[in-house]
Write a protein that binds this ligand. Sequence first.
Ligand code: NAD
Length: 474
Amino acid sequence: MTAAQHETGMFEAVNRRFDRAAAYCRQPPGLLNQIKECNSVYRVHFPVVGDDGDVKVVEGFRAQHSYHRTPTKGGVRYAPNVTEDEVVALAALMTYKCAIVDVPFGGAKGAVRLDRRTVSTGFRERVTRRYTSELVNRNFIAPAIDVPAPDYGTSEQEMAWIADTFRALRADTLDDMACVTGKPLALHGIPGRREATGLGVYIGIERAMQYRDEMDRVGLTPGLAGKRVIVQGFGNVGYHAARSFQEEGDARVVCVAEIDGAVYNPGGIDIFDLYRYRNETGTIRGFGGAETLDDPMAALELPCDILIPAALENQITSENAPRIQARIIAEAANDPTTPEGEAVLLQRGVLIVPDVYLNAGGVTVSYFEWLKNLSHVSFDRMTARHEAATAARVLDAVEQLTGQKFDPAHRATLTATPSEFDFVRSALAQTMTEAYDYIHETWKSLDMPDTRTAAFYYAIEKVAAAYVSQGIFP
Ligand code: NAD
């Protein structure tokens, strides 16, 4: 479905969901309106020399939805049909997402109208550097102002170009590397950021499936082991979600859909083999371990327990929702379900774990990267050896008291030096789990119709509290 075919405009859809949740809040209308509106939008056209020597005019956007906390934060997407409405909607979602996982940012989003599949790396680099300098010139990027990250169609490479361009233009800024997150490790990135969103999706669903009453309601047993999973989109989020469901959750990924087709095997697809195959051939089509389907949208309707849309918005609509067989929709992508599609699914008793919470793993680990860049030291450097030594002293004391020795392998595990990835991973798990528990409790205790309303309610209350604490609203 293209932007023009949306059932409801994207920003309007976000605001409808906001209004549904706001009805449960006791906040004054003026405050609610201020929270809803987008604070600033920058739209720019800039010239870039194409590979053929002709100048191309490229369109870019950056929306900063809320200044209740600064800097603002949100990804930059490269997509050929991206619209201002979409960017503003995604920036608004970022505001609520940051509040839900308790990271101290307002929401933002950026975009460039570009199909990365049809342009050279050199052109992408020129576009990225020029887009960054436009943002620098208008004060729409800086460690304390607005901090981009990867999103659909962008990767660590684009983040590296953004950081390098910012550094070139702001050489006097000590914290320059905190101007963008999702950077490569070699350029002050953080271990775990690449997989953070997909891993967060896994952690969130794993938590949701521990609530027995809810699983009884949707007709599934608690826990992920053996559950059938379909993943739409085999990019950063989809791949890392799929591998976590397979590797950590022992679930069975039965179908993966990509832009040019899908692969299906009810017995399960090995995600690592599929990843290697796609890297070698450039497509998932023809993968030996599965049947290739021509229509990727048909994949959403195949038999499964959990459907993970991890590609783009507006994939589940009132048209296909009646045929979707999954009992849980894990919204890894932003806004994959239209309000009309959602109504059908809710009426059929499907559990929707909403994007505004479920894909927040990326911004959570981006927060850790930003903190690391501001402090100029990695998380493990100051504490890891000390923690290992403390653990060893505790084990020594236990051995002395009991007169028994730990076997060497067990001792090595208990005194292992935690890596920076270990810190990131445990903090991500804590954040995602706590946030889900809060959403679940709110949903049930306030007798709300669904998890999305509960998630928005939580976000609105937190943003409102920030505004009130600033003394602007009574
Ligand atoms: P990506 O560009 O790495 O991957 C997206 C994949 O989806 C691509 O492989 C693309 O070919 C595929 N795709 C496009 N249209 C499709 C279709 N109709 N059917 C099947 N596959 C299709 O992007 P990403 O970073 O993985 O982002 C995916 C979604 O997750 C987006 O909605 C994005 O906003 C959201 N998200 C990403 C992050 C992040 O950290 N990257 C964080 C939060 C949310």
